[in-house]
Design a protein around this ligand. Structure first.
Ligand code: MLC
Ligand code: AMP
Length: 483
């Protein structure tokens, strides 16, 4: 088997797949490009099982590159192009790719250039790879980096088998229709935009309005031609802050799906009263794909993420990995066929992330109702989710602590009406805020950089010496609502 075949064998080559700002791409165009790109990768020495690190803006070529990696059996490693050079060098050092695909040469690495218009060294007409390399379900298709409490990103090994299982499940439970048109404004270096959205569209042979980024005016322009939209909660709150947004934008819509971060009850109800549509909230994570979803046909409840997906086992556990009764809050643990194959080259951290009886520890605090509906109540550690991107405070603190004069720092999430949360830094020491900002700008992608800095005499700690982040969080006020 190969995920490539499962996603593409049934497609009609002449049907339109991606509608980008400058042209229409048929399925045939993208599959053809995957052969040429596959040939370029193989000619550069990429073999089955080799990693291909990809640092590209969203484009039809980037989609074809993903399919090309599947086709040749290579491992696709997408990175946020907004990362700084020091962030990228960590991933390159860890993944040890055979090549990097980017718009500029990467130091000391074979770099294949792929510009937004397809120009560059990767796409050469005299290279082709038309076959599809056979893979087993446990072979790795992609490495997606995600961090734990240590703040050091780990590559989640996503296999051909787990990605296909999750894609087929979502296609089924969201009742994908033959004439669905997907509005796609998400980035394609994370699970949400790359797998959840594109795999459903490929399985359905659906047309995709493929926008470079989310912008509420552009989304409004294209919504009337779409039937399904997937987004992070910020997309929905930004649409709601646009006074012109209303039912006439949604005339053909079948389904609005939200995930990656909590959708506030206020946004859920405001969206329903503005448009008549009830957003379907689902929950997932890089290591597991999608885990829970509100029902397509049954009642979608605000503030809950619905029921476990078919074939997933969930339990809300106490500190000893024992299941808690319905109604009690504990750590969500899961078992199921779309779980990842472990962390790249980190057997110990992989082992720690599973219980002795094989459940994966999500790190999310949850409660199950008596009917099995799951509500999330936050993280068991200090993860900040800003606009659907995860920020690990330890990574930011480590960068701030490098600034001369800083004694220590603590970074927490402050509520924000637009992005859900934003990072805020508390710093002890003798330095200028400008020095902190400059250093953070050099070493951290913009979304990880603290929006505010506050200087303290001491970071509050409990008797055990542990930083009391809840005290710091409570210093930050409520965001208020835009609508
Ligand atoms: C951009 N910026 C952010 C940011 N995105 N800052 C904090 N959090 C973010 N998420 C920075 C920009 O660099 C810019 O900096 C400034 O904030 C304002 O930019 P903007 O124009 O308002 O941002 P925009 O480009 O509109 O991006 C916001 C966004 C985007 C919410 C539309 O971040 C986005 O598309 N997020 C989706 C994330 C996602 O796909 N998550 C899925 C993870 S998978 P400056 O300096 O220029 O002002 C997962 C599993 C699952 O979690 O369950 O799905
Ligand atoms: P990532 O590691 O980037 O895949 O992010 C996964 C995390 O996003 C999960 O562990 C949750 O904490 C969070 N998440 C995803 N979907 C939701 C949701 N619907 N509600 C609340 N949190 C969510």
């Amino acid at each position: 088997m190969n995920l490539f075949s499962a996603l593409t064998d049934h497609l009609a080559p002449a049907d339109v797949f991606l509608e980008t700002s400058d042209r229409l791409w048929t399925f045939g165009d993208i599959v053809e490009l995957s052969s040429v790109i596959g040939g370029g990768l193989v000619a550069a020495g990429v073999g089955a099982g080799d990693r291909v690190v990809v640092v590209l803006e969203k484009s039809a070529y980037a989609v074809a590159l993903y399919l090309a990696c599947l086709r040749i059996g290579a491992i696709f490693v997408p990175l946020n192009p907004a990362y700084t050079a020091s962030e990228i060098s960590y991933f390159v050092g860890d993944a040890k790719p055979a090549v990097v695909v980017a718009t500029e040469p990467w130091p000391d690495m074979t770099t294949l250039i792929l510009n937004r218009n397809g120009s560059g060294t990767l796409l050469q007409a005299d290279h082709r790879f038309d076959t599809v390399v056979d893979r087993t379900p446990t072979d790795i298709a992609a490495l997606l980096y995600t961090s734990g409490t240590t703040g050091e990103p780990k590559g989640a090994m996503l296999t051909h088998g787990c990605l296909l299982e999750n894609a087929r499940t979502l296609f089924e439970i969201w009742q994908w229709q033959p004439d669905d048109v997907l509005l796609h404004a998400l980035p394609i270096f994370h699970v949400h935009g790359l797998f959840v959205a594109l795999h459903c569209a490929l399985l359905g042979g659906s047309r995709v309005v493929f926008l470079d980024r989310f912008d509420s005016d552009t989304v409004r322009d294209f919504l009337p031609s779409a039937t399904v939209m997937m987004g992070v909660p910020t997309y929905y709150t930004r649409l709601l802050t646009n006074p012109a947004f209303g039912p006439s934008d949604c005339v053909n819509m079948r389904l609005f799906i939200s995930g990656s971060a909590p959708l506030s009850e206020a946004a859920f109800f405001a969206f329903r009263s503005r448009t008549g549509h009830t957003i379907l909230e689902r929950y997932g994570m890089t290591e597991a794909g999608m885990i829970c979803s509100n029902p397509y046909d049954g009642e979608r409840l605000a503030g809950t993420v619905g029921f476990p997906l078919p074939r997933y086992l969930l339990r809300v556990a106490d500190g000893h990995d024992q299941a808690l009764p319905a109604g009690e809050v504990g750590i969500l643990q899961i078992q199921g066929p779309s779980l990842f194959g472990g962390y790249w080259k980190r057997p110990e951290q992989t082992a720690e992330s599973f219980t002795s009886d094989g459940y994966f520890r999500t790190g999310d605090l949850a409660r199950s109702d008596t009917d099995g509906r799951i509500s999330l109540l936050g993280r068991s550690h200090d993860l900040i989710v800003t606009g659907g991107f995860n920020v690990y405070p330890k990574e930011v603190e480590r960068v701030l602590n490098e600034v001369p004069g800083v004694v220590e720092s603590a970074v927490v999430g402050a509520p924000d009406a637009d992005l859900g949360e934003i990072p805020v830094a508390f710093v002890v020491g003798d330095c200028e805020e400008a020095a902190l900002r400059t250093h953070a700008d050099r070493h951290l992608a913009r979304y990880k950089q603290p929006r505010r800095y506050e200087f303290l005499d001491a970071i509050p700690r409990n008797a055990m010496g542990k930083v009391q982040k809840s005290h710091l969080r409570s210093r930050e006020s409520d965001p208020g609502m835009f609508f």
